[in-house]
Design a binder for this molecule. Structure first.
Ligand SMILES: Cc1cc2nc3c(=O)[nH]c(=O)nc-3n(C[C@H](O)[C@H](O)[C@H](O)COP(=O)(O)OP(=O)(O)OC[C@H]3O[C@@H](n4cnc5c(N)ncnc54)[C@H](O)[C@@H]3O)c2cc1C
Length: 446
């Protein structure tokens, strides 16, 4: 059998599923995509409200995301990617200190970090990242484990090697804002790989919203004759003789093969073809909720930075406030403003299933302290939550990634898993998993 005779169901229209669908389609397979949500995009969705375009996630992409940008171009949407200014700030001792993370000159000049920490960064940490450069790759985190960097948390490593300020002022804000986790639960190797990627200063965003990739991929697939079934949750995927059986409430379809591209807990629930060992391993993937609140403003926020994160203890419930008019064009109507506020991991847990009013009550006081008077500019609020928001790459987990991937791909001959949890909690991780899953299937039918 060749790929041309293959019909494949792709469950999940996030970056992982759509990457797999594009690869399968270009190999000649006939593709049908299912998603539970009424839109493609998964956690990269962009919401529209009265002229604003809201990215509920940070959704900044390092220039090093080669597979993601390659596929964005192949989907005809390469021009959407624009350089984002990358200017951030840290709230410390009652004020915002501007800093460009990753830029040694900016970090040395910024009041965000105490002198002792700056000296240690220059003399110890940057050389450490350079020295271990070959072991620190977000696309192959198992290399950090092989180099012995996955045995402890970044909190334990940082306190011992660089001091408490490193953990509180660098690791904690970055991890809480961009990865929904805390220094005590994140692997040192994972943080070092992020640090290494952060040395590449070019960050990009998609003009008009982060869902630009998924929308372009979905359009391209539709134009080529693929079927996209939105608002269609999949409840079970079974392997059958010479194929798979995909079913939801009141429907059941047969395909030659399937890619299940869902967050790990959902994949565990839906994929009935897993071996007991694969199911157990998938169940062990640790996942945390995420939550954000968009505040539509009747004026720009009036600051230069994009992301303001808070040093531990400086905010009760907020990890960061991101000023969307300073991220990329096409998000905020002229003369208006848009803040997206990210909850700290514990607050995100408490806010699951909450209303925008609940989220406002919990998060606005921290925001108003950092941006006095902003509460009077709010003309609308939208709340977003994700039960399966973030996969936690905890100590010991990096070394298990290759085995996790084998179990996810080799449980059944005609069905494979994909998802950011197999590589890294980024769109690049998701796209890498989707392409790899598609290749795995194709190699079996060739
Ligand atoms: C708050 C936040 C901020 C982020 N910021 C960044 C960032 O700055 N940079 C970056 O690179 N990454 C960022 N990410 C991570 C990035 O969004 C994810 O890594 C990526 O979206 C994962 O893609 P995925 O396809 O694996 O999963 P998802 O995007 O979650 O897609 C899964 C899809 O499956 C669908 N689905 C679920 N259950 C079912 C079912 N039973 N049947 C059918 N469909 C189903 C969902 O509706 C969804 O569309 C952020 C994430 C969050 C939560």
């Amino acid at each position: 059998m060749s790929a041309r005779d293959l019909s494949v169901a792709v469950c999940g229209a996030g970056p992982a599923g759509l990457a797999a669908a594009l690869r399968l389609h270009s190999a000649g397979a006939s593709v049908t995509v299912f998603d539970a949500a009424p839109h493609a995009g998964g956690r990269t969705r962009t919401d529209a409200a009265d002229g604003w375009r809201i990215d509920p996630g940070v959704q900044l992409y390092s220039a090093s995301y080669a597979r993601f940008f390659g596929l964005l171009g192949a989907a005809g949407a390469g021009a959407l990617a624009e350089r984002s200014p990358g200017r951030d700030a840290l709230w410390r001792k009652g004020r915002a200190h501007e800093v460009v993370y990753g830029s040694p000159t900016s970090m040395l000049a910024s009041g965000a970090l105490p002198l002792q920490l700056k000296l240690r960064m220059g003399a110890q940490y940057l050389p450490y990242l350079q020295r271990h450069g070959g072991d620190l790759d977000l696309g192959a985190l198992e290399r950090a484990a092989a180099a012995g960097l996955d045995a402890e948390s970044i909190a334990a490593w940082g306190r011992r090697e660089l001091g408490r300020d490193f953990v509180d002022l660098l690791a904690a804000p970055l991890l809480a804002t961009l990865y929904g986790t805390l220094p005590d639960e994140a692997s040192a190797g994972f943080y070092h790989a992020l640090g290494r990627q952060g040395l590449n200063l070019e960050v990009r965003a998609l003009r008009g919203g982060a869902d630009g990739f998924c929308r372009a991929a979905a359009d391209r697939l539709r134009e080529a004759g693929a079927a996209l079934h939105l608002s269609t949750p999949v409840s079970e995927v079974h392997t059958a003789e010479d194929g798979v059986q995909v079913s939801g409430e009141g429907w059941n379809e047969r395909f030659g093969a399937a890619v299940v591209a869902l967050p790990a807990p959902e994949a565990h629930r839906v994929a009935k073809f897993l071996t007991p060992e694969a199911a157990k391993t998938l169940h062990g993937v640790s996942v945390r909720p995420a939550a954000s609140l968009a505040l539509l403003l009747d004026r720009p926020a009036g600051v230069r930075w994009f992301g303001l994160s808070f040093a531990p203890g400086e905010a009760r419930n907020v990890a960061a406030v991101c000023v969307q008019e300073n991220k990329v064009g096409g998000l905020v109507p002229p003369g208006k403003g848009l803040l997206v506020v990210f909850a700290l991991p514990d607050a995100a847990r408490r806010l699951l299933g909450a209303t925008a009013d609940d989220a406002l009550a919990l998060l606005l006081p921290d925001v108003a302290r950092a941006l006095p008077g902003v509460d009077r500019a709010v003309v609308g609020a939208r709340f977003y939550d994700w039960r399966d928001g973030w996969t936690i790459f905890s100590p010991g987990s990096l070394g298990r990634l290759p085995a996790l991937r084998s179990l996810a791909w080799d449980s059944a001959p005609r069905a494979v898993l994909a998802g950011d949890w197999m590589y890294a909690p980024t769109v690049e991780g998701a796209v890498t998993s989707g392409l790899a899953a598609a290749d795995r299937l194709l190699s079996r039918v060739a």
